[in-house]
Design a protein around this ligand. Structure first.
Ligand code: FEO
Length: 396
């Protein structure tokens, strides 16, 4: 079901909610769904800014046609080529064969690879402008937020930033479209999960985008997912700034992989000791049960990270192997970090967690704890100093 909202005079949001898809990028769970936002400007020239995922709902082309009221579509600006936004490009070109596609050189190489030859192309470079009547569009190249071709489009008279994936979130728009029409607290966890899962790897490129936008007056941020920001821009800007710097809360996240409960028992003991040492925000997760999407998001949130694994065929447990591989890819950093584990004969969990720490350039705050067999009271005492050291560092 499409809904059309006027963002400013002659600038429309064409949104669609996707509540059917289970996994975004066939990987990230969508319990609260996701919205795809597209925008239309009807000036002397008409401009569509990004499209939506193909098949996410019927009627997209018809809705654009209604808004155009028989006028041609002059331009399609592509800020981002990922198929959740480029999926309807060919349908748009079929409906308006004279449309000119606006993008940068990288946009067009991806466009050709995905959709073949389409229509006339207008290549823009960083800082180029396009006058469409009373509005002027300025193009700001922001590579790797989230793909190499990603750019943002700044509308200069109303000071609207069409920000592509940046400042977006998982979660459908359930009635409210603007930030002042929704309960923002509902979106914050999904926003951090979206940021950390989708864009988190490219934090330095997000910071470069911030530097480019420094001093640019912005009244409204129109992202491709989630609410449009017109009232509390500082909230989303400061969150993205914080997350892209990997600045974290005074919290501790403990993630364990355990086959028979021994490593889990160590995790719970450490959590209790961390709590007794004064940390008030502690979460313990089983890597075999909690989806990695949530683990990454929680790890992004917390200054303290403690990983524990049993031994499994001489290595760490596969669920921990998966998590640590992804954390390496994401360039996780600046954690108060500790590792622990258990084993039955030769070990492998802690040994390989140490390799992860080395590969990921994570400094351990203290020596690892590794316990053979069942972690009885006596054996667990070696966790006391470990937990106290991590808690103290987190609370610094
Ligand atoms: Fe929402 Fe990178 O696509």
């Amino acid at each position: 079901m499409y809904f059309v909202t006027e963002v400013k005079k002659d600038i429309f949001h064409l949104g669609v909610n996707d509540r059917r898809k289970h996994l975004f990028e066939n990987l990230w769970p969508l319990p609260n769904g996701v919205s795809y936002n597209s925008y239309l400007i009807t000036d002397e020239k008409t401009v569509l800014i990004d499209t939506i995922e193909s098949g996410s709902d019927g009627g997209y082309i018809e809705k654009i046609g209604e808004l155009l009221g028989g006028r041609p579509l002059d331009y399609l600006v592509i800020n981002h080529m990922e198929p959740d936004h480029s999926g309807e490009i060919n349908a748009v070109v079929s409906a308006w064969p004279e449309v000119k596609i606006v993008g940068n050189a990288k946009t067009f190489s991806i466009l050709k690879n995905y959709y073949g030859g389409t229509t006339e192309l207008v290549e823009v470079k960083d800082g180029d402008t396009l006058s469409i009547g009373s509005h002027t569009l300025k193009f700001v190249l922001t590579p790797w937020v989230h793909w190499p071709e990603t750019m943002m489009t700044y509308e200069t008279s109303e000071k609207i930033l069409f920000s592509a994936d940046a400042f977006g979130t998982f979660g459908t728009l359930d009635g409210g479209v603007f930030d002042d029409e929704v309960n923002l607290e509902y979106y914050i966890d999904d926003m951090r999960r979206y940021y950390s899962n989708i864009v988190g790897k490219y934090g330095n490129m997000v910071q470069k985008a911030f530097a480019k936008l420094d001093g640019v007056e912005i009244s409204t941020i129109c992202p491709l997912h989630g609410p449009i920001w017109r009232s509390d821009l500082n909230k989303v800007l400061s969150l993205y700034d914080k997350w892209s710097r990997q600045e974290a809360d005074k919290a501790v996240v403990i993630v364990f992989s355990s086959m028979y409960g021994n490593t889990e028992a160590i995790a719970d003991y450490i959590a209790r000791k961390v709590s007794l040492a004064g940390v008030r925000d502690i979460r313990v997760y089983d890597a075999s049960k909690t989806h990695i999407s949530y683990l990454i998001s929680e790890i992004w949130r917390a200054k303290g990270l403690i990983l524990g694994s049993c031994a499994y065929n001489g290595y760490m447990h596969p669920s921990m192997e998966h998590l640590t591989t992804e954390l390496t890819h994401y360039g996780i950093k600046d954690k108060v970090f500790g590792i622990f584990g258990s084993y039955s004969w030769n070990g492998g969990g802690v040994r390989n967690l140490k390799c992860f720490a080395e590969n990921a350039s994570l400094q351990m705050a203290c020596d690892p704890v590794e316990i053979a067999g069942k972690p009885d009271t006596e054996k667990l005492k070696q966790c006391d100093a470990f937990a106290e050291t991590i808690a103290a560092r987190v609370l610094e």
